[in-house]
Design a binder for this molecule. Sequence first.
Ligand SMILES: CC(C)(COP(=O)(O)OP(=O)(O)OC[C@H]1O[C@@H](n2cnc3c(N)ncnc32)[C@H](O)[C@@H]1OP(=O)(O)O)[C@@H](O)C(=O)NCCC(=O)NCCS
Length: 183
Amino acid sequence: MNSAVGYSEVRLIGTGGLTRSETETVAELLHGLVAGGAALGWVSPPAPDEVAVLLADVTAGIGPGDAALAVAYVEEAPVGFGYWRRYERPTHRVNADLEKIAVAPEHQGAGLGRTLTTVLIAAAVQHSIEVLTLDLRGDNARAVALYESLGFRRYGTLENFVARGPARYDKLFYALDLRGVTV
Ligand SMILES: CC(C)(COP(=O)(O)OP(=O)(O)OC[C@H]1O[C@@H](n2cnc3c(N)ncnc32)[C@H](O)[C@@H]1OP(=O)(O)O)[C@@H](O)C(=O)NCCC(=O)NCCS
């Protein structure tokens, strides 16, 4: 994709994972988003080491087909990422959870979140994932619009389940049934 901000591309990451520099950039990206109030599961920004451990764990799942990691680059610098991981419970192993999608604020609205999610859905189909789930905070209208437009269906709501200080938010549960979908 070519836009005013420069050449952008979304790539699925291989078993080698991200470089140290890319990992640091993703950590900075998450730090900025969470500090700005993004609903990504953290109350305060994660430390760079925590992000590195998380990305290493996701990367370890790529080889055996237990995870997929996609990164959005602008001019070769990571500006967004997302991943899914297969459920660990033996009876749920045919399914995976889309745990995070995040795009740097200055690059939001340019289609990268949609492309990241689409690429991760295609990877799930390739890995014969049957149902791809996700959950999100109820006030995240932009993410809700994105996921619903890609076919995710809401299957539940836990009211006032998410706590951020004194504030409470609904937790929304979504699923995309991939059975019968081909690449
Ligand atoms: C949610 C998020 C990943 C979307 O990424 P993005 O790159 O901005 O999204 P895109 O540009 O691909 O737009 C995808 C859809 O989001 C919605 N959207 C995008 N910009 C929007 C805006 N300014 N206002 C309202 N909706 C908007 C639209 O439905 C859009 O669909 P379209 O392509 O038909 O216009 C991004 O906003 C983000 O990183 N948010 C903070 C972290 C977060 O909340 N992640 C999701 C956790 S579940």
